[in-house]
Design a protein around this ligand. Sequence first.
Ligand code: HEC
Length: 111
Amino acid sequence: MKTKSILSVRALATAAVVVCASTSAFAQKNAAELHTRATAAMCANCHGTDGRTTEGSAIPSLVGMPKEYHILQMQAFKSGSRPATVMHQITKGLTDAQIETIAGYYATTKR
Ligand code: HEC
């Protein structure tokens, strides 16, 4: 009888450890996702929510843009090899890591 209750306490403790570990992994994943979305949201003022501009807009959409293409354009704006009215300024304020994060985010969004 006594052995049985010790066993169940151990089982409960094990279950609690498993639950805690998965909860913190979940929180970390959420924090990373939130950070990515917040970084990408810098572009929403001009490129629209989730990078979707309205039909006929002079500003191109970013939604669903392939990551490699996106990074190349951002680097070209930053270096000045692609002429721009605004984007050369915007890209100067971004690190390569931020550009990578943003391009990765928009590549996962669906048109
Ligand atoms: C103040 C408005 C504004 C903001 C904010 C802005 N953009 Fe732009 N974006 C433009 C304009 C305007 C163009 C057209 C090129 C130019 O004249 O600068 C453009 C062009 C682009 C292009 C080229 C698209 C293509 O099809 O080749 C990319 C990529 C881009 N922006 C990414 C971004 C990202 C990523 C952000 C956020 C970090 C951002 N932009 C923030 C106005 C903006």
